[in-house]
Every structure is written in C-alpha cells, then in structure tokens.
Design a protein around this ligand. Structure first.
Ligand code: HEC
Length: 112
C-alpha cells in the first residue's frame, strides 16, 4: 500500500469499476453501490442497497486486507456475490484502486 498510486487507481476505477459504481459523495447506486468513503466501513455499508446475503454475511469492516482479497477474486471471497467482476490479478492494480477509494474519504483510514 505504501507505494500505491491513487491517481492510477482512479484511472483504473473509471475504466473497470465505474460502469457499475459511482464514487462521489451522495452518488447514485448503479448495478453496484456507491463507493464513497467505503474503506473502514462494514461489508454492505449502504442502507437501502440490495446486497447479496453472501456479502452482507461477511463480518467486520472493509480494511485493506479484506478489500485486497475481495478485489482479487470477488466470487471466491464471497461465493454467491452479485458483483459480476472477474477480479484484478495484479497486486499493484489492487493497491492503486484501494488507495483511490481511500483517498475519497474526508477522514482516510491510516495506511497499514
Ligand atoms: C458488473 C458490475 C460491477 C463491476 C464492474 C464492479 N462491481 Fe463492485 N459491486 C457490484 C455489486 C453488484 C456489488 C454488491 C455485491 C453483493 O451484494 O454481493 C458490488 C460491491 C462492491 C464493494 C462492496 C461495497 C459495500 O458497500 O460493501 C466494493 C468495495 C466494490 N464493489 C468495489 C469494486 C471495484 C473497486 C471495482 C473495480 C475494480 C468493482 N467493484 C467493479 C458490481 C460491480
């Protein structure tokens, strides 16, 4: 995470995630939930979004470790998830996009 680049993560987000997710404050849910300030929040962090039981059933917050596993292979992390996304194989891509999500918070989580 220390060498992660939130700008590259933002570019990746716009290419690969924005088709389903907004990330601005108060942004609309799409196929997936709005992701503003998601880092550190519980799994299924938005009231009113219809999450799968697979995702909602996960305990604990979205910390860096959990996000890293999720984004590597969503269907493995939460079998039955509705996030129809194959995953990001490249560890640097995952770190960059997590750094981007972190950067959206008004009060970013400390880096690991
Ligand atoms: C094809 C649509 C789609 C794409 C592409 C997609 N997602 Fe998702 N995402 C979803 C859906 C649907 C959910 C809710 C999953 C569930 O309830 O099982 C979700 C959930 C999430 C969550 C959990 C949110 C919460 O409130 O707990 C995160 C974090 C996330 N996505 C990040 C990403 C990132 C980062 C990318 C790009 C690398 C991405 N997603 C690409 C559809 C998508």
């Amino acid at each position: 995470m220390a060498s992660a680049d939130p700008e590259k993560g933002g570019a990746l987000f716009r290419r690969q995630c924005a088709v389903c997710h907004s990330a601005n404050e108060g942004g609309k849910n799409g196929v997936g939930p709005n992701l503003y300030d998601v880092v550190g929040k519980p799994h299924g962090h938005l009231e009113g979004f219809n999450y799968s039981a697979a995702l909602k059933g996960k305990q604990g917050p979205w910390n860096y470790e959990e996000l890293n596993h999720w984004l590597l292979a969503p269907a493995k992390y939460a079998p039955g998830t509705r996030m129809g996304f194959v995953g990001l194989k490249d560890v640097q891509d995952r770190a960059n996009v997590i750094a981007y999500l972190r950067s959206l918070s008004p009060n970013p989580q400390p880096l690991p």
